[in-house]
Design a protein around this ligand. Structure first.
Ligand code: IMP
Ligand code: MG
Length: 334
């Protein structure tokens, strides 16, 4: 399965992926996507983890955690996260991952165009991808501190799929941040749709069974660029939609759920299933609900309208911050 974001990132992929990891006992997860510009939050048993490099499947202790060759690695962030999650021994990264250095972070933060106009996360990912395209970036095999972690990730992932193991490819950012299909120039520094996530890890399209696209029950974005039907800040606050960004601490801009964008995201990713997160933020009476029949009629109508629009099933619904606050409809249909 490939999991991707359907809007501009921050859809709640971390929550959905950690639910899947525990519920489906994911044997191996490999992250694709850009790099530590991502921020995936996991809340479990009262503890909250904010991950920028490791797959958010770490909660399931038997899951092997991998970073695909396409991902940019900041060694310090990666090693810190391994300590935080106590995951040494089950982490591996591809020798071809490119390395973010201080000069990339300085170039990102110091560029008027990137930091002010585009509103990047300032994590150095864009300038590092520039060096990669120039073929001058360092790669993981050049870094002694990472040598113990190097594995051929594509070989391992393909082998695991062929052996019938449960494999998840974790996307980052969101469909409309794609360099190719997103709101250019207000986007990230590479494609982040499902095909790109597969390519980052080194898996071809014939090996993918399911593509899960994650939508939040409302839309947010950080940084510049168009946000259709954007709410004034006061209104976003009143509705409880004014989030703070995981990586940058900036206020996220907010808008109501966008059905047209959802339809387009399903198309761009060839999605086969939808997850809807934070339903409880839009419909507070739904907080903590774990059975579809217990949702309010209004919330059910919202879910049904999504399904009617995108023409694939909503299989998972998030109803609270904890990993287990979820409705799983993969077996029974409503
Ligand atoms: P960059 O990826 O840091 O170059 O930033 C480019 C644009 O993508 C900016 O608008 C960022 O706010 C946005 N962006 C990048 N990664 C994420 C993410 O994981 N979540 C939300 N927005 C992101
Ligand atoms: Mg995020």
């Amino acid at each position: 399965m490939v999991v991707v974001g359907g809007f501009w990132g921050d859809e709640g992929k971390g929550k959905i992926i950690s639910y899947l990891a525990l519920k489906d006992r994911i044997d191996l997860a490999a992250r694709g996507g850009v790099g530590p510009n991502a921020g995936h939050t996991v809340c479990y048993q009262g503890k909250s983890f904010k991950l920028r490099m490791l797959p958010t499947t770490f909660l399931y202790e038997k899951c092997r955690l991998r970073l695909g060759a396409g991902v940019l690695v900041n060694p310090k962030i990666l090693l810190d996260e391994m300590r935080l999650t106590n995951s040494e021994g089950r982490v591996g990264l591809d020798p071809n991952c490119a390395i973010i250095e201080d000069k990339h972070i300085e170039a990102d933060k110091g560029s008027e165009h990137l930091s002010k106009k585009i509103g990047t996360t300032g994590t150095g990912t864009g300038p590092c991808n520039v060096d990669r395209v120039q073929r001058i970036a360092k790669t993981a095999k050049d870094i002694p501190a990472l040598s113990r972690l190097l594995v051929d990730v594509s070989a391992e992932v393909n082998g695991a799929i062929d052996g019938g193991q449960n494999v998840l490819l974790e996307g980052t950012q969101g469909t409309f941040l794609s360099l190719y299909h997103g709101s250019y120039p207000y986007c990230t520094s590479k494609d982040v749709t499902a095909s790109a996530i597969c390519s980052d890890v080194g898996v071809g399209p014939r090996k993918i069974d399911e593509v899960l696209v994650v939508f939040k029950a409302y839309v947010t974005r950080v940084g510049g660029g168009l946000l259709p039907n954007e709410l004034p800040e006061e209104e976003a606050k009143r509705r409880g939609w004014a989030e703070i960004a995981t990586v940058t601490g900036r206020a996220r801009r907010a808008a109501p759920f966008n059905f047209d964008l959802a339809r387009k995201a399903v198309e761009l990713n060839s999605a086969s299933q939808v997850a809807v997160t934070k339903l409880d933020v839009v419909y507070p009476e739904c907080i903590g609900v774990r059975d579809y029949s217990q949702l309010s009629k209004e919330a059910q109508r919202f879910i049904e309208r999504i399904e009617a629009t995108v023409k694939i099933p909503v299989t998972l619904i998030g109803t609270g911050p904890e990993v287990d606050d979820a409705i799983d409809m993969r077996k029974k249909s409503h």
